[in-house]
Design a protein around this ligand. Structure first.
Ligand code: SF4
Length: 339
């Protein structure tokens, strides 16, 4: 039985089924999700029967099979899963706090044309333990290596997979990560990214106040469909109507991700269309210079072009940042993950 990944209530139920007191659930949660490092159960507070139950359940974090470190200190982890498959996560250093990019699926069914994972197809969904496990294992590693002043990283669900296509397990993982009795992470530290999977967007408010990032990329529907085949099924207009309906908390942010490809969507006309679309919506635009991968059909625009595009948006009153292209020499940047 998987212990890691059980909700608090499920754990209480399992204890009852084994004629063990459910009051131990709180202590078990604290130990299992303790950061850093899970240190096992034998510390004198549990009975032999309880230890036996806990040791027969699976609480270990996933194994790091491989680790690549870029010059800018971005780390790409390859984690081994119990069925022999593997998945990647990326720890990205920023000035005040690291950001950890987690995967939600092995592969992805969405087939976005700018994304290396999209060339892989969907193998399977990750379960809540595998999603939370990436966080715990990466955090343990970071704590060991960067002992000075490490803070719990922000989390973005932007790794391999379309998170909203694995809604049930994503919801369970977020609920576990924000449970005050365990990891106790703040929802505002988390951002869920989507290519535009409407059934998940319709349930987005069930995720409890996390931020949303929509892969927007192009305002023109034909151009967007060229990048994201899913948008033929659920066009941007429909997605935005749904996003406009979301009840937003005070600290909740909607980020529009725009991957900039040279000569494709980086013109003055593209900037104007984008500004018109977003000016009356809560927004933050994140420009992502295209990250090439072997065989990719686009090129990254040069820096003056990227900065010029940002400047045009800013002049239209659009809040805009440029995402630095961290980790691309180890294929750990946005859209470059593939196992
Ligand atoms: S960008 Fe995201 S949704 Fe699109 S193929 Fe890649 S992993 Fe899947």
């Amino acid at each position: 039985m998987d212990g890691l990944g059980l909700s608090f209530e499920e754990l209480e139920q399992k204890l009852k089924e084994k004629s063990l007191s459910p009051k131990f659930a709180e202590l078990i949660f604290k130990k299992a999700y303790r950061r850093p490092h899970f240190s096992g159960w034998s510390d004198g507070r549990f009975s032999p029967k309880l230890i036996n139950f806990l040791e027969s359940s699976q609480w270990n974090r996933p194994k790091i099979l491989k680790l690549l470190e870029a010059e800018d200190q971005t780390i790409k982890f390859l984690f081994g899963l119990s069925d022999g498959r593997s998945v990647e996560s990326v720890l990205i250093p920023f000035y005040r706090k690291d950001t950890l990019c987690l995967s939600s699926q092995v592969g992805c069914a969405m087939g976005c044309r700018f994304c290396h994972t999209g060339t892989q197809g969907l193998t399977r969904q990750l379960d809540p333990a595998e999603i939370v496990g990436q966080y715990l294992a990466a955090w343990d590693w970071a704590y060991d290596k960067r002992k000075n002043g490490i803070k719990a990283p922000n989390i973005v669900f932007m790794g391999q997979g379309e998170p909203l296509h694995n809604f049930k397990n994503l919801k369970a993982a977020i609920s576990l990560m924000t449970d005050k009795r365990g990891l106790d992470l703040a929802p505002r530290m988390m951002t869920v990214s989507t290519a535009g999977y409407l059934p998940g967007l319709e349930r987005f408010s069930e995720l409890g106040g996390v931020n949303l990032a929509l892969s927007l990329h192009a305002v023109d529907e034909d151009k967007r469909s060229e990048l994201i085949p899913l948008s033929r099924k659920w066009p941007l207009k429909v997605l935005l109507e749904q996003i406009d309906r979301l009840p937003l908390g005070r600290r909740q942010v909607i980020v529009y991700e725009v991957m900039l490809a040279d000569g494709f969507n980086d013109t003055a006309k593209d900037a104007k269309l984008l500004a018109e679309l977003l000016k009356n919506r809560p927004h933050m635009v994140n420009l992502i210079p295209f990250n090439p991968y072997p065989g990719s059909p686009w090129k990254r625009p040069n820096l003056p072009k990227i900065k010029g595009f940002k400047q045009m948006l800013v002049e239209f009153g659009i809040r805009t940042t440029i995402r630095s292209t961290k980790g691309d020499e180890v294929m750990a940047a946005c859209g470059q993950l593939k196992t």
